[in-house]
Design a protein around this ligand. Structure first.
Ligand code: PEP
Ligand code: MG
Length: 587
C-alpha cells in the first residue's frame, strides 16, 4: 500500500479502478490477454505497425522536401524498422508464447534492444540509436493506445482518472456517472480544473508530484478529496475505513440538502444571503437544490468548452435564459462577462503567439476590449436577458479605472443600439466589477463611485498579491487566503463598499471554506457566492455564529503576521464553534 499527499480541491472519497492517462513516457503495465484473444492481439499490433510505418514514410517525404534527403532518411529508417521481419517476429513471439498485450510486448522488446545496444558501449552513434528506439516505441504506442482522451470518451464502468494534468475543458467534459474521482501530478488549489471538480462534485486531489509511474490502469486506488490523499493498492482495513467515510459523506450530503430551507442567518438575526457560482446553465439546478439565493457568479467563458468557434448572440442569450428561469423570480443572476485566457479556452481568441506569462497577459476584459465585436455580442445577449429576470452584469479582471470606464461606455452604447432597435432590456440593471487585481483593491474607494457592487475574486487576488501562480503546485505554500496582505486588501475593499452603500461579496474559493466564514463576516461581509457543493457547510457555520463573535475573530486574526498563524488561529476558533469539525476537512 502507498499513501501520497497532494492538494485537496474537491471534497469526498472515491474508490475504484485507476484509469491512467498520459502513458507517454510511463511504464506500460505487464498485462496478458486470454488465449482466445492472441490472434486478435497480433492483428491489432500489425495494424498499429502499418499505421506507424505509413506515418514515418509521410514524415520522411515532408522533411526531405523541406530540409533535405539527409534528414528525411532518419524517418525512412524508422519505417523500415516498423516492418522489419526480425522485429515483427520478436513481437509476435512475445504475444503468442507469453500472451502479453501488444503494448507490453512493444515496450519489452524495445527496452531489451536498448539494453543490448547500451551494453555495447556509449558512443554517440549508439546513443542516437537508443533514442531512436524510444521514439519508435512511442509511435507504435500512440496507435495502440489512441489519443490521450480516447479512453475517457467511452467509459462503460466507473474509474478514477489519474493524469499528469487535466485542462479545465477536459474536466468539464468528464462523464460524471463514470468518473468517481481524479488525481493529478500538477495543479493548484484554485486552478479552473479544481473549480470544475468542485462544481461537478467529483472528489479530486491535484499537485501530488510525480506518481504515474507507480500505478497501472486497473489497480484499485482511493482518492480522498477532503484530506488530499491518494492511496494505491490499499489493504483491506484501509479499504473498509474509506468505504465508511465515503458512505458517511453521502449520507451527510443528503442531510445537508434537507436543510436547504433553513434561513442563512446568524444567531443574533443578521441575514447573510448565499449565492451560487456556476459555469454551465444546468448547475443552476444545484444552486436551487442547496437553497442558494441567486447566482452570484456565472462564469460565461465555459460556453467555449469543446468548441472552436464563437457562440452566437442567440446561444449566449439562450444559456442565460435557462439560468434565469431556473432561479425564478426574486433570485438575482450575476452574469460575468467573458474571462477567456490564462488557463481557460484561448483557442479562438488567444494571441497568435503563446504568451510568456498568460495570467498577466491578454486575458479576460483586456481581451474583450481588444475585440469589440466579441464583447458587444455578449453585452447584447446579457442586456436582452435582463428583460426576463433580475439580471446583473459584472466585469472581470479590471485593473484600472479607465479600463472599467471603457466597459461602462461600451455597455451604454449597446443599450443605445437596443433602444433604437426597440429590443427590450432593463436600463437599470445593476453593474458590478470584480476586485481580483491588487490595483483595483487599492483603488476600491474610487471604483465604488462607478459601480453598484463589488465581487471579490480571491482566487486571482491571492495569486496577484503574492505573485504565486494559482495553478502551480510548487508555490502552493505561498498561495494562501489566510495571508495577512490578502486579508488587509479584502478588509479595505469591504469597508470601501460599505462606506459607499454598495453591495460586496466574495466569490473566490475562499468564500466556500467555512474556516473563513467568521472572519469574513467579522470584516463586514454580508453576502457570499460559492460553489453549490460548499453552500450547506458555510450556511451551517453562519447559523452557529454571533456577530459579536465574528467581529472579535476578525479583530484577533488581523493582528497575526503570517498566513500560518492566521490559519492556526482560525482552526482553533472553528473547533470552538463546531467541535465536530476535523480542522478544515469535509463537513
Ligand atoms: C476569482 O478569481 O476569485 C474568481 C472568482 O474568478 P475565476 O476563478 O474564474 O478566475
Ligand atoms: Mg478570477
Amino acid at each position: 500500500m502507498q499513501n501520497i499527499r497532494g492538494i485537496p480541491v474537491s471534497a469526498g472519497v472515491a474508490i475504484g479502478p485507476a484509469l491512467v492517462l498520459d502513458v507517454d513516457g510511463i511504464r506500460v503495465p505487464q498485462r496478458r490477454v486470454a488465449p482466445n484473444q492472441v490472434e486478435a492481439e497480433i492483428a491489432r499490433l500489425h495494424g498499429a505497425l502499418s499505421a506507424a510505418a505509413f506515418e514515418a514514410n509521410q514524415i520522411q517525404r515532408d522533411i526531405t522536401q523541406k530540409i533535405g534527403a539527409k534528414y528525411g532518411a532518419v524517418f525512412a529508417a524508422h519505417a523500415v524498422l516498423f516492418e522489419d521481419p526480425a522485429f515483427l517476429s520478436e513481437l509476435d513471439g512475445l504475444i503468442r508464447m507469453q500472451r502479453f498485450t501488444a503494448e507490453y510486448a512493444v515496450s519489452k522488446a524495445v527496452s531489451e534492444f536498448v539494453k543490448t545496444i547500451e551494453s555495447l558501449g556509449e558512443t554517440s552513434f549508439l546513443a542516437f540509436r537508443s533514442a531512436d528506439f524510444f521514439d519508435i516505441e512511442r509511435r507504435i504506442l500512440k496507435y495502440l493506445l489512441g489519443d490521450r482522451n480516447e479512453p475517457l470518451k467511452n467509459l462503460r464502468e466507473p474509474v478514477i482518472v489519474l493524469a499528469r494534468d487535466l485542462t479545465p475543458s477536459e474536466t468539464a467534459t468528464l462523464d460524471r456517472n463514470n468518473v468517481f474521482g481524479f488525481a493529478t501530478e500538477h495543479g493548484g488549489k484554485t486552478s479552473h480544473t479544481a473549480i470544475m471538480a468542485n462544481a461537478m462534485e467529483i472528489p479530486a486531489v491535484v499537485g501530488i508530484g510525480p506518481f504515474l509511474s507507480e500505478v497501472s490502469t486497473g489497480e484499485t486506488v482511493i482518492v480522498d478529496g477532503s484530506e488530499g490523499i491518494l492511496i494505491f493498492d490499499p489493504d483491506e482495513a484501509t479499504l473498509a475505513k474509506y468505504r465508511r467515510l465515503r458512505d458517511a459523506a453521502i449520507t451527510r450530503s443528503g442531510f445537508w440538502i434537507n436543510q436547504r430551507n433553513f434561513p442563512s442567518v446568524t444567531k443574533d438575526g443578521t441575514v447573510i444571503p448565499i449565492m451560487g457560482n456556476i459555469e454551465f446553465p444546468d448547475e443552476a439546478t444545484a444552486c436551487s437544490a442547496r437553497g442558494a439565493e441567486g447566482v452570484g457568479l456565472y462564469r460565461t467563458e465555459f460556453l467555449y468548452v469543446g468548441r472552436n468557434s464563437d457562440p452566437s448572440e442567440e446561444e449566449h442569450f439562450r444559456s442565460y435564459l435557462r439560468v434565469i428561469r431556473e432561479m425564478g423570480e426574486g433570485r438575482p443572476v450575476v452574469i460575468r462577462t467573458l474571462d477567456l485566457g490564462a488557463d481557460k479556452f484561448v483557442s479562438v481568441h488567444g494571441p497568435k503567439e503563446p504568451e510568456k506569462n498568460p495570467s498577466m497577459g491578454l486575458r479576460s476584459v483586456r481581451l474583450c476590449l481588444r475585440d469589440i465585436p466579441l464583447f458587444r455580442t455578449q453585452l447584447r445577449a446579457i442586456l436582452r436577458a435582463s428583460a426576463f429576470g433580475d439580471v446583473r452584469i459584472m466585469f472581470p479582471m479590471i485593473s484600472t479605472l479607465p479600463e472599467l470606464r471603457k466597459c461602462l461606455f461600451l455597455l451604454r452604447e449597446v443599450m443605445e443600439d437596443l433602444r433604437e432597435e426597440q429590443v427590450k432590456f432593463n436600463p437599470n440593471l445593476p453593474i458590478g466589477t470584480m476586485i481580483e487585481v491588487p490595483s483595483a483593491a487599492v483603488m476600491a474607494e474610487e471604483f465604488a463611485r462607478e459601480v453598484d457592487f463589488f465581487s471579490i475574486g480571491t482566487n486571482d487576488l491571492i495569486q496577484y498579491t503574492l505573485a504565486a501562480d494559482r495553478t502551480n503546485e510548487h508555490v502552493a505554500d505561498l498561495y494562501s487566503p489566510a495571508d495577512p496582505a490578502v486579508l488587509r486588501l479584502i478588509k479595505f475593499v469591504i469597508e470601501a463598499a460599505n462606506r459607499h452603500g454598495k453591495g460586496v461579496n466574495v466569490c473566490g474559493e475562499m468564500s466556500g471554506d467555512p474556516l473563513f466564514t467568521p472572519l469574513l463576516i467579522g470584516l463586514g461581509l454580508r453576502q457570499f457566492s460559492l460553489a453549490p457543493n460548499n453552500l450547506p457547510a458555510v450556511k451551517a457555520m453562519i447559523r452557529r455564529l454571533d456577530l459579536a463573535d465574528a467581529e472579535r475573530i476578525a479583530r484577533e486574526a488581523m493582528v497575526f503576521e503570517s498566513a500560518r498563524d492566521v490559519q492556526h488561529y482560525l482552526l482553533r476558533q472553528r473547533l470552538k464553534l463546531d467541535p465536530e469539525a476535523a480542522g478544515g476537512g469535509e463537513e
